[in-house]
Design a protein around this ligand. Structure first.
Ligand SMILES: Nc1ncnc2c1ncn2[C@@H]1O[C@H](COP(=O)(O)OP(=O)(O)O)[C@@H](O)[C@H]1O
Ligand SMILES: O=C(CO)[C@@H](O)[C@H](O)COP(=O)(O)O
Length: 500
């Protein structure tokens, strides 16, 4: 037998999946690690914890699940995006990694916008948000100059783990795009960004493709992990790019709708010609010379979980979700905006907060649940509207994440999007995408598309009902007014809370 390992390096844990040539997951191991929040808004992790957790998972696959090291032909990665790992001239880590969900960098995002304006968006194809890597680099440069003066280069989380496995330092394009220091269309580090922020070209690491061989397992890592030096290690991808591959989002007619803790709407882009002018993220895909665009709803499943913990702690989760069927399209006139931790797309506003609008003394719990399911999908529909504005054409929405477990929620998606929605038969997410990258890198398949044809099967299709779709269009048009109508109130309430 021969296997590949897909390493899904997440924010709270790493999950390593062993996959055979037919795409079957033969074993899985995971290991948690801590997040540290040394100050409000700070979010850091120790890169050594990623290496240890990944290694423990691999050792367990070998010792507990009986995988033979010589049968593990290749390894690749899906990585949490944007986290800054600063390295000195001996590739030693200089400070804890500053993660994607760390928001200390608001002044640096403003500095970037003021200094480069539209040119920044034209080159990097993104607006510099707090979570992205360049603002983090500038934060260290301005706030920890003694550390920055020792920094020779930087990498992203999964690139660091790959370096420790192989001894070879590199960054791959799909993650490099999330630094917002890359000229995305031309696939080179941006000279404009380097000059504007006085960053040396040598600070930026070598770039490779996701399916490129980064190196073999080194002697020292073989000793540490029990793997053999024959195992090949491939570039891997940003978690969203790997998730898109693992869900088969490989053609321009397909969009992914992911309802996890946060929500993501992601579209495969065949070339870099389409211009969202920074309203959506636009990154390089894990497939050479392809791209993807995406928008994020910060609190998707999180909104539902918040409601349950706060108002329905003793209810069964699945029954609570199913109770939404007792309500109506438009939740009997109740609208929920899911901005309970701020929002990213289409409103990049950390201080906006959620609302229930139209609360009536006849509303029942089932109406509240329904309004939450609908509000999350209205927020996704706002992202779809950006696609409509540029004339993007697609007919299939692949629904993934915990939210895709609910048939009612899948149908609500079909009706609100007014598109066909499909789920996956055996959804494995980004870890499967990582395994597919290794399988293509090894030559088991010629292309990622070929790997997908063998590894991925779609499940049930949900078609929009024309009458419900028309009703939802009416309610969504009302929902769209809620952001502007509640922004000032939200901001004032946030200021009040800060004053307490
Ligand atoms: N049976 C279900 N029906 C509908 N939604 C669900 C169900 N189970 C979980 N969820 C939602 O899915 C979310 C978790 O999805 P998941 O993809 O596991 O998230 P993540 O990996 O981002 O934490 C939860 O926040 C929850 O609201
Ligand atoms: O910031 C982004 C994308 O822009 C996130 O998608 C992180 O990459 C999330 O990592 P996990 O929550 O999946 O660990």
């Amino acid at each position: 037998m021969s296997y590949v390992l897909g390493v899904d390096l997440g924010t709270s844990a790493v999950k390593v999946s062993a996959v055979d040539r037919e795409g079957n997951i033969v074993a899985q191991q995971s290991f948690d690690y801590d997040l540290s929040h040394p100050k409000p808004g700070y979010s850091e992790q120790n890169p050594e914890d990623w290496v240890s957790a990944t290694t423990v998972s691999i050792v367990r696959l070998i010792l507990k699940d009986g995988l033979k090291p010589e049968e593990i032909e290749g390894i690749s990665f899906s990585g949490q995006m944007h986290g800054l790992v600063l390295l000195d001239d001996k590739n030693q880590v200089l400070r804890p990694a500053i993660l994607w969900n760390d928001t200390r960098t608001t002044p640096q995002t403003k500095e970037i916008a003021e200094k480069m304006g539209q040119e920044f968006i034209n080159v990097t194809r993104n607006v510099a948000l707090e979570g992205f890597t360049l603002p983090k680099i500038l934060w260290v440069k301005e706030n920890e100059p003694e550390i920055f003066s020792q920094a020779k280069t930087f990498v992203l989380p999964k690139d660091y783990v790959r370096y420790r496995m192989t001894g070879q330092l590199a960054m791959e394009y799909s993650d490099a795009a999330g630094t917002v220091a890359l000229d995305v269309a031309n696939k080179t580090w941006s000279k404009e960004v380097q000059e504007a922020f006085d960053l040396d070209a040598s600070f930026f690491p070598e770039l490779i493709e996701s399916i490129d061989l980064a190196g073999n397992i080194s002697d020292s890592y073989a000793l540490f992990s029990g793997l053999t030096t024959a195992t090949k290690v491939f570039g891997g991808a940003a978690d969203n790019a790997a998730g898109a591959i693992g869900s088969g989002i490989l053609q321009p007619n397909m969009v992914m709708s992911s309802i996890g803790t946060s929500g993501v709407v992601l579209k495969y882009e065949d070339n870099s010609n389409v211009d969202y002018n920074g309203r959506l993220h636009f990154f390089n895909h894990a497939i050479p010379n392809k791209f993807y665009s995406m928008g994020v709803t910060l609190a998707a499943g999180h909104s539902l979980n918040w409601y349950k913990h706060t108002f329905a702690a003793n209810d069964d989760f699945t029954e609570m979700v199913s109770s939404a069927a007792e309500s109506t399209v438009g939740a009997n006139g109740l609208i929920f905006t899911p901005y309970i931790v701020g929002e990213r797309t289409p409103y990049a506003d950390g201080d906006i907060r959620g609302s229930f609008l139209g609360v009536d003394d006849t509303h029942k719990k089932s109406d509240f649940v329904r309004s939450i399911l609908e509000g999350i999908i209205f927020s996704f529909k706002d992202i779809f509207d950006i696609y409509d504005e540029v004339g993007a054409d697609f007919d299939t929405v692949v629904s993934i994440g915990g939210g895709a477990k609910s048939p009612l929620w899948l149908q609500i998606q079909a009706d609100i999007f007014n598109k066909k929605v499909v789920s996956l038969k055996n959804e494995q997410g980004p870890g499967m995408g990582a395994a597919m990258i290794a399988a293509v890198g090894l030559g088991w398949f010629d292309t990622v598309q070929d790997a997908a044809a063998s590894f991925i099967s779609f499940g049930k299709e949900y078609l929009p009902d024309p009458a419900r779709a028309a009703q939802y269009e009416t309610v969504h048009n009302i929902y769209k007014k809620a952001y502007a109508a509640t922004a000032e109130i939200s901001h004032e309430l946030m200021n009040y809370r800060r004053s307490l």
